[in-house]
Ligand binder design. Structure first.
Ligand SMILES: [Zn+2]
Length: 210
């Protein structure tokens, strides 16, 4: 298995080299787009680190062309408006450090992740606050995530059965330390809430060992 690298802690070890410093675009600077265009070949995310050579990679790399990247980098300022619909309450309450699920008035099933309508009974559900504790039911450890996911590696994706809920909730497990053998199904888990501003409401929370 390839050893995980953090895109934050060690920028020298990321797949993508640091771009040369080119001045920011100003109005009328049409040529700057071409100036800022930077072409490079990204590292193979799996090959060399695995010492695995099924197609005689040492001599040639048949996928090199596919990893050629053209990148432009400049500052953008964008205001996003997220429309969360029926899930709004869930995300708003996360900011209040409260964890909400929905309960079916007919069968009593408690859905976390919340569902506006019970898929079994087609009844409109009602909101129900949960204590935010639970048990790790399943998990996977990922050594590689897409570059847009700004997370440290390895990334642990956990499926948690929250106390008071009947379904499983999938989200990142953080703060589990450095010894991955301590991550075990059945271990107690709690919901943790961010204190920092986040790029998406879903990042307002994560799981960690209780
Ligand atoms: Zn139901």
């Amino acid at each position: 298995m390839a050893k995980g690298v953090s895109v934050f802690k060690d920028p020298e070890k990321t797949l993508y080299p640091k771009l040369p410093d080119v001045p920011d675009l100003k109005e009328g600077d049409r040529g700057l787009v071409r100036t800022k265009l930077h072409t490079f070949t990204a590292d193979d995310p799996v090959g060399p680190k695995l010492h695995w050579d099924p197609i005689h990679r040492a001599d040639q790399d048949p996928w090199k062309d596919f990893r050629e990247i053209m990148r432009i980098e400049w500052k953008m300022e964008i205001t996003y408006r997220h429309c969360l619909g029926k899930y709004s309450k869930f995300f708003i309450e996360l900011e209040n450090k409260k964890f909400y699920a929905t309960e079916c008035p007919k069968c009593g099933f408690v859905w976390a992740i919340p569902r506006p309508v019970c898929p079994d009974c087609l009844e409109i559900t009602t909101w129900k606050e949960l204590p935010g504790t639970g048990t790790l039911e399943s998990y996977s450890i990922s050594e590689f995530v897409p570059a847009f996911m700004k997370v440290e590696l390895p990334y642990v994706l956990a499926m948690v059965k929250l106390d008071g809920a009947d379904s499983l909730f999938t989200h990142q497990l953080r703060n589990w330390g450095t010894d991955r053998s301590k991550i075990k199904t059945g271990m107690p888990i709690k919901v943790a809430y961010t204190k920092e501003p986040v790029n998406h409401p879903l990042l307002s929370m994560w799981f960690e060992p209780a």
